[in-house]
Design a protein around this ligand. Structure first.
Ligand SMILES: [Zn+2]
Length: 283
């Protein structure tokens, strides 16, 4: 089995871990080389808890951006991803205000630099995606992967020694997937996924605080959540992630799963359908 190079292009520090952490850990175990590009500085994902206290003494934008960069490196390390993450440095929450051409050029440059066989990113065709950064990075990365092997798209990359590069496989993730056609069995990697998420300390504290805001507004009583301290986020995160992965896995006969819309070689995949030997499935 030939080891492949995988490039993950996401908007935020924890997107990869949440959406594909088990699959990425599995690929790393298979010997794949995995790199990550994070488009924003992640500096706006902060919240104050109900008491009005900030979760950290100084959650300034600069403090948060620094903390999240470090957490991204630690999460990547747990999954077996190259911790030399490439940060594009765009403002959090405003990625959709960057021109598509600029963002697509950045993604194409990253593709030509890392030369991936496989791309992971948000699905531009998934419905109900409210986060503008996810929508923006989804389109830019998808279109960049489509045309990165066309030499006349950003021919100036050639001056930097970057060659056109073809990306054969694309795994798209989404909070509300449409046309998902690949479920990866992550039963042996669920703990690693949770471990990697828990490296994102400020993000996980915020996730618990956010769930508590929802709980308070809903009037429901879930003691595991209402009694949790955001600083001791692990039981809440573990429960949430396992329930989600179990519901995805159940449909495919796995204890835990992650699902994707997967595109392999566009027209060739359709051509090869019915002759399974033509396209092997390593996952
Ligand atoms: Zn995100």
């Amino acid at each position: 089995m030939a080891a492949k190079t995988v490039l993950v292009i996401v908007a935020h520090a924890d997107d990869m871990e949440f959406m594909a952490g088990g699959t990425i850990a599995k690929m790393a175990e298979l010997g794949y080389s995995i790199r990550e590009v994070i488009a924003t500085n992640n500096e706006r994902g902060t919240l104050r808890v109900a008491s009005g206290q900030a979760l950290e003494p100084d959650w300034s934008a600069a403090f948060t951006a620094d903390a999240r960069r470090e957490e991204a490196r630690r999460g990547a390390k747990v999954l077996g991803v190259d911790p030399e993450i490439q940060f594009l440095g765009y403002e959090d929450g405003r990625l959709s205000e960057t021109t598509l051409n600029e963002l697509r050029e950045q993604c194409m440059r990253a593709i030509r630099w890392h030369k991936p066989d496989v791309l992971f990113t948000w699905d531009p065709h998934a419905p109900y995606e409210d986060h503008q950064d996810h929508r923006a990075v989804a389109w830019a990365a998808t279109e960049a992967a489509m045309f990165a092997h066309f030499p006349l798209y950003h021919p100036e990359h050639g001056d930097e020694g970057l060659e056109p590069h073809y990306v054969g496989e694309r795994y798209f993730f989404a909070k509300s997937p449409r046309d998902a056609d690949k479920t990866v069995d992550i039963s042996d990697y669920i703990e690693r996924k949770i471990e990697a998420l828990c490296e994102h300390v400020c993000q996980m504290e915020m996730t618990v605080a956010d769930l508590q805001v929802q709980l308070a507004a809903s009037g429901l009583d879930i003691p595991l959540l209402s009694e949790a301290s955001p600083k001791e986020f692990r039981p809440v995160i573990e429960t949430q992630i396992k329930a989600w992965a179990a519901s995805v896995g159940r449909r495919a006969g796995f204890a835990y799963g992650e699902e994707f819309r997967r595109v392999r070689f566009s027209g060739i995949e359709r051509w090869a359908r019915g002759s399974e030997a033509a396209l092997r499935d390593e996952l």
